[in-house]
Write a protein that binds this ligand. Structure first.
Ligand code: NIG
Ligand code: FE
Length: 395
């Protein structure tokens, strides 16, 4: 493993203090051993020197909410929504999530891996070094297991860290008709025991007309008995009680939160639940953005994620997400960058990344720009010059 001596850093985001100008970063055996002002840096010794040319360096992005494993094409649905149909109307007609389920079930595991790996490679080239991947487009034991295997294999074969989440309670599959209770039974009794070894977390889409708080409570209790922490799709379209449930059960994260109230914010802050916001989804659906500033001011740890999925948020790169967070949600630039790096790491239970200082894993990005402000300012450009994972250059 090459030891690195990164010099000429115009702005170093450490997430352990304010950004540092004219900085040096030293990496030994994949771990940061120095991050600070050039004048205080140790000797270059036997390390490989990389001149960053005055550009900014920041931790690799941690994308803590994605639905990356899917097949099929829903661009026609996007066109219908632009013409006035709603997301819920399309779902009620059997489109939406269920159309991706049909396409995903009929795709072979190799094909699904190729599609997912291609997405993950594009994420890496846009500076994302750790991702969460949810299942939820299989909705039967065998297909959900296939999605989770594909997700784990992406982490094994590509230089990107993957955590997996079982989202069997994403929709009721066609074969269960109107029998939602029967499907929840199936999730609890058949699916969770079958797929738990392939998952790090369990998620439930808590929403009016999808799954109720009571159903989610039951699923999360069983998931906990298999050692899976909880993440909750909460308050996306309606105020359905998902955030209060996340606080009650001590979920790792509550996600979306477009309809979250000040009471929710206080409960989530008190319970230490990370609030993961996905502005790409709200933007794509032309629905209100989550109250990010309110959640942050209430003391919540905030994270930003792509929610990458074929229905509501086909975003692979974090740059445009950061731009939406700054322009549409009103977060400050540094606040949004921290949410997209350290916030994401905390949402996935990582202590060794999302920051750059002695002891941190050297997952980092060198921009083609002097400051991180260029990320939200220039959302149409991939400003990532180089990505390093555990000190090794990617690509
Ligand atoms: O996070 N809210 C539920 N799930 C996804 C959308 C999934 C889909 O439309 O395929 C979301 O927005
Ligand atoms: Fe989602």
């Amino acid at each position: 493993m090459t030891d690195l001596f990164l010099t000429g850093i115009g702005q170093l985001t450490t997430n352990t203090g304010p950004p540092i100008a004219d900085a040096v970063l030293v990496v030994d055996s994949g771990v940061v051993t120095f991050a600070g002002r050039a004048g205080d840096a140790p000797d270059q010794a036997g390390r490989k020197r990389v001149d960053c040319g005055g550009n900014a360096v920041l931790p690799g992005f941690v994308d803590s909410h994605t639905h990356l494993v899917f097949a099929g094409d829903r661009s026609a649905e996007f066109a219908r929504r632009l013409a006035g149909a709603t997301y819920q109307e399309i779902a009620e007609e059997g489109g939406g999530i269920l159309s991706t389920v049909a396409a995903t079930r009929s795709s072979g595991e190799e094909e699904l891996f190729a599609l997912t790996a291609a997405r993950a490679r594009r994420m890496l080239s846009a500076g994302t070094t750790t991702i969460e991947i949810k299942s939820g487009y299989g909705l039967d034991v065998g297909s959900e297991a296939m999605l989770l295997r594909v997700a784990r294999r992406v982490g094994e074969e590509l230089p990107i860290t993957v955590k997996t989440t079982f989202l069997g309670a994403h929709a009721v599959p066609r074969e269960f008709g109107d029998d939602r209770t029967g499907y929840v039974d199936h999730v609890v009794k058949e699916m969770l025991p079958g797929v738990a070894p392939l998952a790090d977390y369990c998620d439930v889409f808590v929403e009016e007309g999808v799954f109720s708080v009571e159903e989610a409570r039951r699923i999360f209790a069983t998931a906990a008995s298999f050692g899976l922490g909880a993440r909750v799709h909460a308050e996306q379209f309606s105020h359905s009680g998902g955030a209060a449930l996340a606080a009650e059960i001590g979920a790792v994260s509550a996600d979306h939160l477009d309809q979250a109230t000040p009471e929710d914010a206080n409960a989530l802050a008190r319970a230490g639940v990370v609030t993961v916001m996905v502005p790409g989804a709200s933007f794509t659906l032309r629905s209100p953005q989550a109250p990010a500033v309110m959640l942050a001011d209430a003391g919540c740890t905030i994270a930003l994620a792509t929610d990458c999925n074929p229905g509501t948020s086909y975003y692979e790169a974090m740059g445009p997400v950061i731009s939406l967070a700054v322009v549409e949600m009103g977060l400050g630039v540094e606040q949004a960058i921290t949410a997209a790096t350290l916030g994401g790491a905390l949402a996935l239970g990582f202590e060794d990344r999302g920051w750059l200082g002695p002891g941190a894993r050297a997952d980092l990005v060198v921009l083609h720009a002097p400051t991180t402000a260029h990320i939200p300012y220039r959302p149409g450009s991939n400003l990532v010059g180089a990505t390093y994972v555990a000190g090794a250059p990617v690509g």
